[in-house]
Design a protein around this ligand. Structure first.
Ligand code: CP
Length: 304
């Protein structure tokens, strides 16, 4: 039995297969509409979510299956002190597969150690978010026609942004990737990403605080929200939250075929006016997320 806890749990080739499968599901939904008949997904969300939880649930419903779960720790027995290890043993008796979001880094990994069903990490603290990465890869592939030979700017909260960490880990496996890491000094990408991912794999990268300066060289701009919930004090959050705001004016500096991605939710970091720019890809990214989650469910249940 396999789980998806870290983006590298699936090889590059397997990741490509998932993306191809997600495209087939998009084009031929009727082929897949009964694949998960009588199967259940449990969505165990100890942290808030709109996209990830509802796209997992939509994905399972599209495949003919059904959904159980909870959307906050307060509405589960976690509020009475139940451990993740005990919860997953219980859920294993009810469901065929589970997606877990938890504020503690490593919680989905711990769940997988006690689970008798496949566990999907739906975001653990400031650590990883591998299914968002699948949505990101699908979006880049659809927009650019490739996952190699790209200059990718990652902008905003690179310290706590788990989607950033997962995307860097995953897409670094394709050739010719260069990263421009754009953040305030306090929100730089963690050292482990530099020392365990970028440097050992000889991935070209530069760090800067200047979005305008970087914009003209990017094929992809991946904007992120400053993660208020991970800050230890409000004062630091308020000081840093509007460090970068992508505006129509700044978009004039970008290539005509650059794509703007954002895992969402957005706060202020992309002006609403940018939404109508054809380079804005963040709402299609959400829909791509549903199809890749369908593909992932099929793969983990050995139905594809
Ligand atoms: N991108 C993402 O994880 O969004 P949610 O927090 O709404 O699930």
């Amino acid at each position: 039995m396999r789980h998806l806890i870290d983006p590298l749990d699936f090889t590059k080739e397997e990741t490509e297969e998932l993306l191809v499968l997600s495209e087939d599901i998009r084009r031929n939904p009727e082929k897949y509409q009964d694949k998960c008949a009588h199967k259940k997904i449990a969505t165990l969300f100890y942290e808030p979510s709109t996209r990830t939880r509802l796209s997992f649930e939509s994905a399972m419903i599209n495949l003919g299956g059904s959904v159980i779960g909870f959307s906050s720790a307060n509405s589960s027995s976690a509020s009475k002190g139940e451990s993740v290890a005990d919860t997953i043993r219980v859920i294993s008796a009810f469901a065929d597969i589970t997606a877990i979001r938890h504020p503690k880094e490593g919680a989905p990994m711990r769940a997988s150690m006690f689970s008798s069903i496949p566990v999907i990490n739906a975001g653990d603290g400031g650590h990883q978010h591998p299914t968002q990465t699948l949505a990101d890869l699908a979006t880049i592939r659809r927009r650019k026609g490739r996952l190699n030979n790209l200059v990718i700017g990652l902008c905003g909260d690179l310290k706590f942004g788990r989607t950033v960490h997962s995307l860097i880990k995953s897409i670094s496996r394709w050739d010719g990737i260069k990263f421009v890491l754009i953040s305030p000094t306090e929100l730089k990408v963690p050292d482990y990403i530099i020392n365990e991912v970028l440097k050992p794999n000889n991935i070209e990268f530069e760090e800067t605080t200047d979005l305008e300066d970087a914009l003209g060289k990017l094929d992809i701009l991946y904007m992120t929200r400053v993660q208020k919930e991970r800050f230890f004090n409000e004062e630091d959050y308020v000081r840093l939250k509007d460090s970068y705001i992508l505006t129509e004016k700044k978009m004039e500096l970008a290539k005509e075929d650059m794509a703007v991605l954002h895992p969402l939710p957005r706060v202020n970091e992309i002006a609403l006016a940018v939404d109508k720019d054809p380079r804005a890809a963040y709402f299609e990214q959400v829909q791509n997320g549903m199809y890749v989650r369908e593909a992932l469910i099929l793969k983990l249940l050995n139905l594809a």
